[in-house]
Design a protein around this ligand. Sequence first.
Ligand SMILES: CC(C)(COP(=O)(O)OP(=O)(O)OC[C@H]1O[C@@H](n2cnc3c(N)ncnc32)[C@H](O)[C@@H]1OP(=O)(O)O)[C@@H](O)C(=O)NCCC(=O)NCCS
Length: 150
Amino acid sequence: MTGPSLVIRPAEPSDYAFVSGVLDDWWGGRQMAAMLPKLFFVHFRDTSFVAERDGRIVGFLCGFRSQTFDDEAYIHFVGVAPGERGAGIARSLYKRFFDSVAPRTVVRAVTSPVNEQSVAFHHALGFDIERVDTDYDGLGEARVLLVKHL
Ligand SMILES: CC(C)(COP(=O)(O)OP(=O)(O)OC[C@H]1O[C@@H](n2cnc3c(N)ncnc32)[C@H](O)[C@@H]1OP(=O)(O)O)[C@@H](O)C(=O)NCCC(=O)NCCS
């Protein structure tokens, strides 16, 4: 549950080892850790967050303000510990991210079509599917392009 015991704070470099270590497990065994380099916990600290309960990391979000588009921001990764899901933690992380990128009004994310729960989650958060690109991240690396206007 979200509530007084849940703290959302900016990410720190020292959080990286834990997050990287649980990533594949939190993604149900998919090999994902290589897609999240430490740089988010170093260079994007004011737009990347961890959710902590009793000093234990139970969720995280890594995102940034677009360097190219003045009104846009991008969410690269969000994850919540399996035992903590369905309680609004990811929604709280997104809210914190939206606040952190204000006054930017366009938020983008991409996800893999096989990750149906990610697509459903983003839909619940008010994201629209802009398009599905079969070779977006390289040949055969299909991605669903998601966008939300704040
Ligand atoms: C997707 C994920 C981040 C959601 O985290 P969460 O804390 O359980 O999400 P929340 O409780 O904040 O849910 C927010 C909304 O999304 C919906 N939602 C969350 N997971 C969902 C799912 N698997 N299927 C359908 N809807 C879902 C919730 O119903 C809720 O909607 P509501 O507020 O209208 O009821 C979490 O399941 C996860 O870490 N999955 C594995 C990693 C992953 O795939 N990350 C996303 C790709 S980068």
